[in-house]
Design a protein around this ligand. Structure first.
Ligand code: MN3
Length: 252
C-alpha cells in the first residue's frame, strides 16, 4: 500500500482506538492539535521563500528538450528579476522578507501590481524548476498520483491532451497548471501573465502540483512560434516524483 495511506490509516485508527479504549491521557483538542502539527510539517516542505534557490540541475541538463542558453537566460535574467523585484516590493509595502509565497499569494489583492507580478513570477518559476529533471523517453506518473489522474481525466493520455490544450490555448503569456482545488479534486487550468491558482484574484483557485511556463521566453530560442512542439517535448522532462510528493502532502 502507498506509504501515505498507511500513515493516514494509522493516525485515524490510533486516535479512534485511544478514544474508544478510554485510555487517552491527552484531551481531544490536544490530540487534534498534534495531528495538525504533523500535517503542517509535511506541507511546510513546500513553503516558498522570497530568495531564488539554486537550480537543482545544470543549465544543460534538460537538453535537448530545453536548450542550455534558454535555461541560463530564463533562470539568471527572468526568474532572478522576479525574486529581486519581489523583495523590493515587499520592503516598500511592509511585508516581512520571511513571508512565504503560500501565505502571501492568497492575499495578493491587498498589494500593488508590482507585488502581484513578481510574487507570482517568483513562485511560479521556483515551482517550474523543481517540476523538471533530465529527460526520459518513457516518462509518466505512477502509484496514487497516476490512479488519481486516471480517475479524474480518464487516462494519462487524456490528461496530457487536456493539459496541452490549456497550455496552447492560453493567449499571450501565462501558465498551464495541474492543481488541486479546495475540494481536493485534480483540475487543469491556465492563468495569464504570472498569476497562479494560489492568488485570490485568480479565476481558478487551488494549489499547483505542476506548472508549465508558456511565456515565449521559455521556449522561443529553440521552438520559435511553435508552442505546441515545446509542450509536446516538455513531457519528457517532467519530474513526476516531485509532482507526486506534492500530491501526497496535499492529500494527507
Ligand atoms: Mn518564465
Amino acid at each position: 500500500m502507498p506509504q501515505q495511506y498507511n500513515r493516514r490509516k494509522f493516525l485515524g485508527s490510533g486516535l479512534k482506538g485511544m478514544l474508544v479504549a478510554g485510555i487517552a491521557t491527552a484531551s481531544i483538542p490536544e490530540l487534534l492539535s498534534s495531528c495538525a502539527t504533523s500535517k503542517k510539517t509535511i506541507v511546510t516542505t513546500f513553503k516558498t521563500g522570497m530568495a531564488q534557490q539554486p537550480l537543482p540541475y545544470a543549465f544543460s541538463a534538460l537538453e535537448d528538450v530545453i536548450d542550455t542558453q534558454t535555461m541560463d537566460i530564463h533562470y539568471n535574467r527572468h526568474a532572478a528579476g522576479y525574486s529581486k523585484n519581489l523583495i523590493e516590493a515587499a520592503s516598500a509595502e511592509g511585508v516581512s522578507s520571511e513571508t512565504s509565497m503560500e501565505d502571501l499569494l492568497p492575499n495578493i489583492s491587498r498589494y500593488t501590481t508590482k507585488m502581484r507580478n513578481n510574487a507570482g513570477g517568483h513562485y511560479n518559476h521556483e515551482l517550474f524548476w523543481k517540476c523538471m529533471r533530465p529527460k526520459r523517453e518513457q516518462n509518466a506518473p505512477t502509484g496514487t498520483l497516476l490512479a488519481a489522474i486516471e480517475n479524474t481525466f480518464g487516462s494519462f493520455e487524456q490528461f496530457k491532451l487536456q493539459f496541452a490544450n490549456a497550455a496552447s490555448g492560453r493567449f499571450g503569456s501565462g501558465w498551464a497548471w495541474l492543481y488541486m482545488n479546495n475540494a481536493k479534486t485534480l483540475m487543469i487550468g491556465s492563468t495569464p501573465n504570472q498569476d497562479n491558482p494560489l492568488m485570490n484574484v485568480s479565476e481558478i483557485k487551488g494549489t499547483p502540483l505542476l506548472g508549465l511556463d508558456v511565456w515565449e521566453h521559455a521556449y522561443y530560442l529553440k521552438y520559435q512560434n511553435k508552442r505546441a512542439d515545446y509542450i509536446a517535448h516538455w513531457w519528457k522532462v517532467v519530474n513526476w516524483d516531485y509532482v507526486s510528493q506534492r500530491y501526497t502532502a496535499l492529500m494527507s
